[in-house]
Design a protein around this ligand. Structure first.
Ligand code: SF4
Ligand code: SF4
Length: 511
């Protein structure tokens, strides 16, 4: 009987790094399998493989040489850029309030000068579509740029690994520490690391909640241990998620939990830029820098540094693997080795599958960026972005809903001279989405001599919705029985460009 095989489990290198079992490696024995092996059929071949891959601790090496690699500098620049924005933005003030605040209780989103209400969900939808299209576009062009440089999982793992290195040391020191029996020093180092991780995680949770609750008020309530149950829950939950994902799970999140890692292959094609090992140049690999050509060797000196620096523990020389997050740490490591060996850089580099196969130059690679798939993604992205920008620029900071009074659809009233009029009653929901109080004037159009029978002006406080009663009247002889289309206009007194016309009906009475 044959069992379905999903993937061969990883095995550990003697140096502690992970490697993929080769296709010729013997299958695990029945004794090591979690299931007891059924008896083999006579003459058949039995293959038993575990679908469970035991996690092998990865100890990525950070430092190669004296300075940071080129791509490592870019990764750190992105860590700084994203974290300065994330941690700093909630503290930014705008018009005496928090510049960015998602006030769920009041159902208002503040984005600098913009206040979005539930009715503005279309802008949020537009923003999500733009984010998704950007991801498609950048993935089609540059592979996993998002994963390697900007994804929160990558960024926080980088921060947590930095803390780990500062406390426990780089790869060799950490491996030695983990192998060593428990001692006071080991306990102190591990405790210090976890304490620092928990502090960063809680600060991250606090900042996250600060996007939904005014962060200065939140800080004051945290200082006196007076946060509400939901605030406490979300600070701890988000903090725990950060601690767990960046401290413990790390590459496991990318490999097993992230859906993007799974579906991105649909966006890849042979012209997508990926981190690749130039096997034609590197193989056959072999140690020693001298007389390589005479010995029939390629440029890979088999130093293993590209594996040692990999945060997901893979060997890029085995080809494109879904575990590769495109961080380019292996490029930096290999370039360092090439420099030392006096060989040209770029044995591992950003390249496309086609460029490796067809030996394209940089110009051809660039030219092939503009292929149909990229043009379609780019065109749609441009159109949606332009539509969203135009919609926000032309947005009127006033919203009006007209609700007919169901209790009194139409009634006859008399004016001061006793003449009969038909009166309809409405309720207006007027939303002032600006940050200053505004006075609005009412007008009605659509029937001859249609007049406002209630207060024609009213004031709405800043960023507030006001319910305004409205009575409309028309001379009875001017209104035929039945329903008539009319428009109610609400206009800001101080700025006529802020005006909204809403359609409704006016009912005439049978006489
Ligand atoms: S193979 Fe290279 S690019 Fe991919 S995750 Fe590992 S170090 Fe990063
Ligand atoms: S770092 Fe470069 S030279 Fe060293 S093993 Fe990796 S590919 Fe080969």
């Amino acid at each position: 009987m044959k069992e379905a095989v999903q993937a061969r489990p990883r095995t550990a290198e003697p140096d502690g790094s992970a490697r993929r079992a080769s296709a010729t490696a013997p299958a695990p024995s029945a004794a090591s399998s979690p299931k007891a092996a059924p008896p083999a059929p006579a003459g058949g071949t039995e293959i038993i493989e575990s679908l469970y891959a035991k996690r092998i601790e990865i100890y990525p090496r950070a430092k190669i040489g004296d300075s940071l690699g080129w791509f490592q500098k870019w990764r750190w620049a992105m860590v700084w850029a994203t974290q300065v924005v994330f941690y700093g933005l909630p503290w930014l003030a705008w018009n005496d309030r928090q510049a960015v605040l998602f006030d769920l209780a009041a159902r208002k989103f503040y984005l600098f000068g913009l206040i979005l209400w539930p009715q503005d969900i279309v802008y949020l939808t537009g923003l999500l579509i733009i984010s998704a299209l950007s991801l498609f576009l950048f993935t089609a062009v540059g592979g996993r740029l998002w994963c390697g440089y900007a994804c929160p999982q990558t960024v926080y793992t980088e921060i947590f690994m930095w803390i780990e290195r500062r406390i426990e040391g780089d790869r060799a020191a950490r491996m030695a520490l983990d192998r060593a029996p428990w001692s006071a020093r080991k306990l102190a180092l591990k405790s210090a690391k976890h304490a620092a991780w928990v502090a960063v995680a809680l600060w991250t949770g606090f900042t996250f909640v600060g996007y939904f609750t005014p962060i200065r008020e939140l800080a004051a309530s945290v200082a006196r241990f007076g946060t509400g149950p939901w605030e406490t829950f979300w600070i701890l939950f988000y903090g725990f998620a950060t601690y767990g994902n960046a401290g413990w799970m790390r590459e496991q999140v990318c490999k097993y939990m992230c859906p993007y890692a799974r579906f991105q292959s649909a966006m890849f094609d042979p012209d997508t830029l990926i981190v690749t090992y130039d096997a034609a140049r590197g193989e056959p690999r072999g140690t020693g820098a001298r007389n390589r050509r005479e010995r029939g060797l390629g440029d890979c000196v088999d130093c293993g540094l590209c594996v040692q620096v990999c945060p997901t523990g893979i060997d890029i020389r085995n080809g494109l693997q879904y575990e590769c997050i495109g961080c380019a740490a292996c490029i930096d490591a290999c370039n360092y080795v090439m420099d030392k060996a006096g060989l040209p850089r770029g044995l591992i580099r950003y390249a496309t599958t086609n460029s490796l196969r067809e030996h394209f130059g940089a110009r051809t690679i660039l030219r092939r960026i503009f292929r149909p798939r990229v043009l379609v993604y780019g065109g749609i992205l441009l159109a949606v972005t332009a539509a969203l920008v135009a919609a926000i620029a032309l947005r009127v900071p006033l919203k009006v809903d007209v609700i007919r009074d169901r209790g009194a659809l139409a009634r006859e009233v008399s004016d001061e001279r006793g003449a009969p009029w038909v009166e309809n009653v409405y309720r207006l929901q007027v939303m002032n989405t600006t940050e200053q109080p505004r006075t609005y004037a009412l007008a009605a159009h659509g029937l001859p001599a249609l007049a406002i029978g209630s207060e024609p002006r009213f004031e709405v406080p800043a960023a507030t919705t006001l319910s305004v009663p409205l009575r409309l009247r028309a001379p009875a002889e001017a209104v035929a029985p039945g329903s008539h289309r009319i428009e109610i206009e609400v206009r800001a007194v101080d700025d006529p460009s802020i005006a909204v016309r809403e359609k409704t009906t006016f009912l005439g009475l049978r006489r």
